[in-house]
Ligand binder design. Sequence first.
Ligand SMILES: [Zn+2]
Length: 213
Amino acid sequence: MSRALCQHCQRPKNACICAFAVNITNDIPVVVLQHPNEVSQSKGTVSLLTQSLTQCEVIVGENFSDCATLLHRLKQYEGNIALLYPSEHATTLEYSSQAQQDYDTDFNTEITSEKANNHDIQCIIILDGTWKKAYRIFMLNACLHKIKHIVLPTGIASLYQIRKTKKDNALSSLEACCHALARIENNAEKYQVLLSSFVKFNQFQQSFNQNKL
Ligand SMILES: [Zn+2]
């Protein structure tokens, strides 16, 4: 029996995740650099992310030195493009008002001197892969070293239950992207709909995996 694939998410129709996609008009465009190992990961959250954001492009690879699309984006947003990566120079993203900050976490996030210093960011790059693969992509691509680096504050709990990560509270690419955009656009509520849908997506994945056994 042939397994019919959904034309949108490229997954078998009984495992189609398109129903979980929402429609968010993100003001800040997102570029996802996806490690090739992640492409076939049916658990991957990036397909849900790309279907839900109006401005989100995925580039698959490991070494992007000759990648015209990435080089074009770096030039287009020169000085205003930021990589979400915990380098030693990374700036912690914060909301510019306490009300927004109270919205999404019970934890006391550390208020740093860089608070709300996100106004100049016009595009973000995220790395999709395990920590090891993300590190590899970062190390291989010198063009990513020269741009601004941003990180999320500690203490954001992950809703991701499918893939156990070794690091506590490691966020999926979808969650990290939502939390980053919410802070840069200073609008926590806007991205809650996708995070809520993500919880349902997780439950669906788990039931699907159980049924397969
Ligand atoms: Zn689908």
